[in-house]
Design a protein around this ligand. Structure first.
Ligand SMILES: NC(=O)c1ccc[n+]([C@@H]2O[C@H](COP(=O)([O-])OP(=O)(O)OC[C@H]3O[C@@H](n4cnc5c(N)ncnc54)[C@H](OP(=O)(O)O)[C@@H]3O)[C@@H](O)[C@H]2O)c1
Length: 219
């Protein structure tokens, strides 16, 4: 059993990840900012910790990270919110992980953030450009952290059913949607995959069973 801290645990992907980790027998520390969300996490079998990526300090995060085996960053700014937490929040939690002695750090970014994807068409809005700017800054900080990191970079997220099948690639792939349930399953698999350490993984819906996609990373 591992002790996993999930930041953004009440997000749509975060909740699915918490459910999957608890089901697999891991201990989950759910980091949330809204006390009204506590009951939903307790019901799913997680411990809860109230911390805000903007208002809480690095030492407050480090205190809660002590003794964890891994940190997952599944938080993200909502439409209309500042994208600053997407980079500043990651940097704060990277420093806190190092201070607490937690080496494993898995973060959800966005497709193409680490492969230099150009935003075109409907994606080339000012809001998306700002969001990608912060996801890229976060990615650079993660890669320079010296931690055992993995970046999961999914295409557009949907509420679709889990399929257990994806396209997972270190090289750039065409943008396609993927369900949050499959993203959560990929993050859970990354946590158990030493071969995913030090890699930024492009992720869309696809045809490869998740376990096989991770086996292929080790080759
Ligand atoms: N939407 C997409 O199509 C898309 C595509 C690719 C990648 N992604 C990335 O995938 C990840 C998961 O996305 P999602 O759509 O499942 O997430 P989501 O439902 O929007 O949830 C995001 C979570 O982050 C939390 N959060 C935001 N600001 C925070 C702060 N200052 N302190 C603490 N927590 C904070 C929110 O807390 P509250 O519940 O309190 O609001 C929420 O629970 C994100 O990193 C996102 O950027 C999204």
């Amino acid at each position: 059993m591992s002790r996993i801290v999930v930041i953004g645990a009440h997000g749509r992907t975060g909740l699915l990840l918490v459910e999957q980790l608890v089901k697999a027998g891991d201990g989950v520390v759910a980091v949330i900012r809204n006390p009204r969300h506590m009951a939903d996490l307790v019901k799913r079998g997680a411990e809860t910790v109230l911390l805000d990526l903007e208002a809480s300090t690095g030492p407050e995060f480090a205190a809660q990270f002590k003794g964890a085996d891994a940190i997952v960053f599944a938080a993200g700014s909502a439409a209309g919110e500042s994208s600053a937490i997407d980079s500043a929040g990651v940097r704060k939690t990277l420093r806190a992980a190092a201070k607490a002695g937690v080496r494993r750090y898995v973060a959800i970014s966005s497709i193409g953030a680490s492969t230099g994807m150009k935003l075109t068409g409907d994606w080339a809005t000012d809001e998306m450009k700002d969001y990608y700017k912060h996801k890229r800054l976060a990615g650079k900080a993660i890669m320079a952290s010296g931690l055992d990191w993995t970046l999961v970079e999914p295409g557009e997220l949907t509420e679709g059913k889990p399929t257990g099948k994806v396209t997972l690639s270190v090289a750039a792939i065409p943008e396609k949607p993927v369900s949050r349930a499959d993203v959560a399953a990929v993050v859970a698999a990354a946590l158990k995959s030493p071969a995913s350490i030090g890699k930024a993984l492009q992720l869309t819906a696809g045809k490869t069973p998740i376990a096989d996609a991770f086996k292929a990373l080790g080759k």
